[in-house]
Write a protein that binds this ligand. Structure first.
Ligand code: ADP
Ligand code: ZN
Length: 609
């Protein structure tokens, strides 16, 4: 087994070793130059003496570099001297006494000193590279352990975070409770032959608590926590990343049951290129392959090692990472909604002296689009403002100032979160949801609706598919088109103007309509013929293309008209739901049914929790 010599945790192991190494190297170089120098000891002589020696024919040869002269006497002794600039006298007598003259241009340094200076510079360069502060932040670069992982290891006794340290994020915590149980009682699952999850992907924008959740899992399971960032794997040297992965997993297995947390997994986990050039890609691919190999290798281990990885770009990840047995669980860590924001604020407020009159709910209301980290920052900024003013307590006014300060820094991100935009989003999502509720027979049951931004989407309406559908009938497909158009229609009804926010909805609607026409033979005009644009399939004529376009347009327009009529007839419900969404930000199906007084379909009741 490989010994771990300070690969983890930095401490004395990392920069310190390197420092000694550089010092010793410099020392050795200085000694060497010394030795070579003494071997070629020269005596310094005055210019007059130099001229004397030449006239006495005692000088064998000289090397002249500008004003400095190094020479050798007939008896092999070496000397050096400095001569006046531009003195023809010297040249005269040198020639007269047949001295061998060599003129050296440029530097007058010999080969060896130059060589050592070069070496010294190279050593300094290497030292600078490994001692750069940014690299050390991850836990100490170490020239003796290039292949060693740069992960930080936290022992259970040092992990203070528990699920109670994470406010809000109920769904994420619920998902991760399973992971905790796997770690604590692997036998319980093995007994029945269940395969334990090996990886979970935490998906969410920065600052929403992905790292915090991962640490909380370790805290709950009382097991060691290895933390590394995806970018720490990537080195200029091919193969280093892969060996770091190997080392990391070896360490984690040794301490199993344990958790590996890889932040920014997209740095290593991006889609592999189809044969790209350049070392950078090679290195990343090797690293990714090693990661996949290590995750596949868990099966045989007795105690589980679970990998939690964080990203805000799940779309760029290599599909191989998401396959069963790898990161097959996905845990969403979205921006907090109103209730969660209040809880996060209250949690962080505990460590600060706050005026009892300050209502956290009110502050939560004024901070849509803030991440957990922003909220923690808000409390801290407010406390700083209060301290500056020598107050005894943090008061509401301080929070308002702090909020404005943070908002300034976030301007671009929250630009979509003006009151107007929130209202538009609320109507848009309410439109989607209401169509679903009005067409219960042919739609998947509604799960939840939210106007909390997620990734690039301003809001989301979720439904839970009842079963894996391989067949949809025409009525279901038309209903899906109507639900997709519902967002834009609601905007139009309420605001009488058109926004750009419905592009992806139109894309979805158009896709369904095109499939109905070109694949499933659901229109009379084109009949049961498959029309495909793909090469190798049936290619159709320009005339047919026009027909297809017309049919697709007709389907969408009919759906649009019908859906608009539905929403117009239920305008009161649309307004009611939008208002409730603006208030609560996230609503579950049960609350929506209750609010609108709609009776859910019998077999849809399972989504009501
Ligand atoms: P991420 O890894 O998603 O970028 P972090 O876990 O690093 O986010 O969160 C940064 C900080 O924000 C945390 O240390 C914590 O103080 C605060 N924070 C974020 N989400 C929450 C939450 N749900 N509850 C309490 N604090 C939170
Ligand atoms: Zn939409």
């Amino acid at each position: 087994m490989k010994k771990n010599k300070g690969g983890f945790g930095g401490g004395l192991g990392g920069p310190f070793n390197l420092f000694i190494f550089v010092v010793v190297l410099c020392g050795a170089i200085m000694m060497l130059t010394r030795i070579t120098d003494t071997a070629r000891e020269k005596i310094e002589i005055p210019y007059s003496e130099y001229l004397n020696l030449i006239t006495q024919d005692k000088v064998k040869k000289v090397e002249i570099a500008g004003v400095s002269v190094v020479g050798q006497l007939q008896d092999q002794k070496r000397f050096e001297t400095v001569v006046p600039e531009n003195n023809p006298e010297q040249w005269e007598i040198l020639r007269k006494h047949n001295v061998e003259v060599q003129i050296i241009t440029g530097s007058n340094l010999g080969f060896w000193p130059l060589f050592f200076i070069g070496l010294l510079l190279a050593a300094l360069l290497v030292a600078w590279y490994f001692l750069r502060p940014s690299r050390n932040a991850g836990g100490g670069g170490n020239i003796f352990s290039m292949g060693k992982s740069k992960a930080k290891m936290f022992l259970p006794s040092t992990i203070k975070d528990k699920f109670t340290s994470v406010a809000g994020a109920h769904e994420a915590k619920e998902e991760l409770k399973d992971v905790v149980d796997f770690l604590k009682n692997p036998e319980k699952y093995k007994r029945l032959g269940a395969k334990i999850t090996r990886g979970a992907l935490l998906v969410g924008e920065p600052g929403n608590g992905k790292t915090l959740l991962a640490r909380a899992v370790a805290g709950e399971a009382n097991c060691p926590f290895f933390s590394i960032s995806g970018s720490d794997f990537i080195e200029v040297f091919v193969g280093v990343g892969a060996s770091r992965v190997r080392d990391l997993f070896a360490q984690a297995r040794k301490h199993a049951p344990s958790i590996i947390f890889i932040d920014e997994i997209d740095a290593v986990g991006r889609q592999r290129s189809a044969g790209g050039f350049g070392g950078g890609h090679d290195e990343r691919e090797q690293t990714l392959n090693q990661l996949l190999t290590e995750m596949d290798g868990f099966e045989t281990a007795k105690d589980p090692v679970i990998v939690l990885a964080a990203t805000n770009r799940p779309d760029v990840l290599d599909k191989a990472l998401l396959r069963p047995g790898r990161f097959d669980r996905r845990v969403e860590v979205p921006y907090p909604d109103l209730a969660s924001r209040e809880q996060i604020l209250s949690l962080h407020a505990k460590s600060v002296h706050i005026d009892v009159k300050v209502d956290m709910k009110k502050i939560a209301r004024g901070t849509p689009g803030f991440s957990g980290a922003d909220l923690a920052n808000l409390i801290n900024e407010a406390a700083i403002i209060a301290s500056k003013n020598n107050q005894d307590q943090v008061v509401l006014e301080d929070f308002e100032q702090a909020r404005d300060k943070i908002l300034l820094g976030k301007e671009i991100k929250t630009i979509a979160l003006t009151a107007e935009d929130r209202k538009l989003t609320a109507f848009h999502e309410a439109g989607h949801a209401l169509i679903r509720l009005l067409l219960p027979k042919v739609m998947d049951p509604l799960h939840k609706v939210t106007i909390v931004p997620r990734g690039r989407a301003l809001g989301v309406t979720h439904s839970i598919p009842e079963r894996e559908k391989y067949n949809s009938n025409k009525e279901e497909m038309l209903a899906s088109i109507k639900a997709a158009l519902g967002g834009r229609i609601a905007e139009e009804i309420e605001f009488q103007e058109l926004s750009t926010g419905a592009y992806s909805d139109f894309l979805a609607a158009t896709d369904i309509a095109r499939d109905m026409v070109c694949r499933y033979g659901m229109t009379d005009a084109l009949g049961p013929v498959v029309y495909s644009q793909r090469q190798g399939d049936f290619v159709y004529s320009q005339k047919t293309a026009e027909k297809i376009d017309n049919e697709v347009k007709a389907i969408i327009e009919t759906c649009y008209t019908q859906a608009k009529a539905m929403l117009n007839q239920n305008r009161d419900k649309l307004t009611q739901l939008s208002q409730a969404l603006l208030e609560k930000e996230t609503m579950y199906a049960r609350d929506i049914y209750e609010l609108l007084g709609i009776e859910p379909r019998e077999d849809h009741k399972f989504t009501q929790e």
